[in-house]
Ligand binder design. Structure first.
Ligand code: DGL
Length: 274
């Protein structure tokens, strides 16, 4: 049976450019899927805002994506996944997935000694969602959370391996070095871009979990379950992926072009509050 819905695009959103690390994984793992990405560049960062505000922003974006006819939504932002996903998932007619649950599940399965670190924004760490999901899979795990808010600015500045970034990372990771942690979740969209800096400080023995990667894997399962995984047999699409932002479209386009495996022709400006 031919299911036309499978050819509809996926909606992916984040507070800004960070969610492009998730979009990139989806493009790699599910190359036949079309993405409509929304980056809330006017209102970033979400990581220092309240649950109510992040939920309100996320709801507006979800409605925008639904109007575009998406078949499923990926909340590519850890903070929005931690604060808004639960409230929104019962309100919409399409499947929705966040980045926290897939990352937490894999960390719980990967750890050998049960000591797991989580780094993320202040909001993500204070929500304790990573801890709760890890405990659903591994009730005895010890979870150590640490907010690392400066990482977002350092990544957006492009200082991925800069000595300043290394010094900041050493300070943030100090408490982990004193523990026996064997698994660390990079629980913020920007952090996978710091992977080699983190690896340099933590050494080879710590497993680094990238929720973006795990989310793309879980997304495939979710689309299969709902019989909407694109089989690649539909009409060829002229414009494959589309990008929308709430501010600074040109800056977004440049950042996106530097990390995505495809050329970004344009990022369109949307007044999301209206
Ligand atoms: N995208 C956010 C996250 O993954 C980080 C940036 C922000 O604070 O908005 O939590």
């Amino acid at each position: 049976m031919n299911n036309e819905k499978q050819y509809a695009p996926l909606g992916v959103f984040d507070s800004g450019v960070g969610g492009l690390t998730v979009a990139r994984e989806i493009m790699r793992q599910l190359p036949q899927e079309r993405i409509i990405y929304f980056g809330d560049t006017a209102r970033v960062p979400y990581g220092s805002k309240s649950r109510e505000t992040v939920t309100r922003y996320s709801r507006q974006i979800v409605h925008f994506l639904l109007e575009k006819g998406v078949k499923a939504i990926v909340v590519a932002c850890n903070t929005a996944s931690a604060f808004a996903l639960e409230a929104i998932q019962g309100e919409i007619p399409v499947p929705i997935i966040g980045v926290v649950k897939p990352g937490a599940k894999v960390a719980a399965e990967t750890t050998e000694n049960g000591i797991i670190g989580v780094i993320g924004t202040e909001a993500t760490i204070s929500s304790q969602l990573y801890t709760r999901v890890i405990h659903q899979h591994n009730p005895h795990a010890v979870v150590i959370g640490k907010a690392c808010p400066l990482f977002v600015s350092l990544v957006e500045e492009g200082w991925l391996k800069d000595p300043i970034t290394v010094a900041v990372a050493e300070r943030y990771l100090e408490s982990f070095l004193a523990s026996d942690m064997d698994t660390l979740i990079m629980g913020c969209t920007h952090y996978p871009l710091l992977r080699s800096t983190l690896r340099g400080i933590l050494g080879d023995k710590v497993h680094l979990v990238n929720p973006a990667y795990e989310t793309a894997r879980s997304l495939k399962e979710l689309l299969e379950e709902h019989h909407i995984l694109n089989d690649g047999q539909g009409a060829p699409q002229e414009i494959r992926h589309q990008f929308y932002v709430s501010d600074a479209a040109e800056k977004f386009k440049n950042f996106a072009s530097s990390i995505l495996p495809c050329e970004i022709k344009e990022a369109r400006l949307v007044h999301i509050e209206e």
